[in-house]
Design a protein around this ligand. Structure first.
Ligand code: ZN
Length: 155
């Protein structure tokens, strides 16, 4: 069966950056299962998987625009250290969870500390990064009616 809208795909993957550094991998874990056509994985990877079958392997290069987006400079802000009142230690690279008005969570990372001025970045950690996926398709099946109505994979 070929990967198409409303199929459930099981795959192993390794994600590297331009320098070949491994950013994420399903190596040593269960394969990743996702519902195809429901926006559950990044568009650049989902598009490349259309028509593939169990046993297929592929390498996919995904530009930032089809991955986690370009870096948005407006999401990089300087704030005063007082914004971190109650936080014992503030260090470059630390990430904090913040909430959108709709309740969904996003991460803010500390990029720079200059005296009392702290530069925070709410971009996705992989914004602006070209993604290199090495994928092997482990299985493809029809989604169940329940999975389709929920928009994600079960079990
Ligand atoms: Zn569900």
């Amino acid at each position: 069966m070929e990967i198409a809208k409303d199929t459930v795909v099981s795959m192993h993957y390794t994600l590297t950056d331009d320098a070949g550094k491994v950013l994420d991998s399903s190596d040593g874990r269960e394969p990743l299962n996702y519902l195809h056509g429901a926006g559950n994985i990044i568009p650049g990877l989902e598009g490349a998987l259309v028509g593939k079958k169990e046993g297929d392997s592929l390498k996919v290069t995904v530009p930032p625009a089809e991955g986690y987006g370009e870096v948005n400079e407006e999401l990089i802000q300087k704030v005063d250290r007082s914004a971190f009142q109650g936080v014992e230690k503030v260090e470059v690279g630390m990430a904090f969870e913040a909430k959108n008005p709709d309740g969904s969570a996003y991460a803010i990372t500390i990029r720079e500390i200059n005296g009392d001025q702290i530069t925070i970045d709410a971009n996705h950690a992989l914004a602006g990064v070209t993604l290199h996926f090495d994928v092997s398709v482990e299985g493809v099946r029809e989604a169940t009616a329940e999975e389709l109505s929920h928009g994600h994979v079960h079990g």
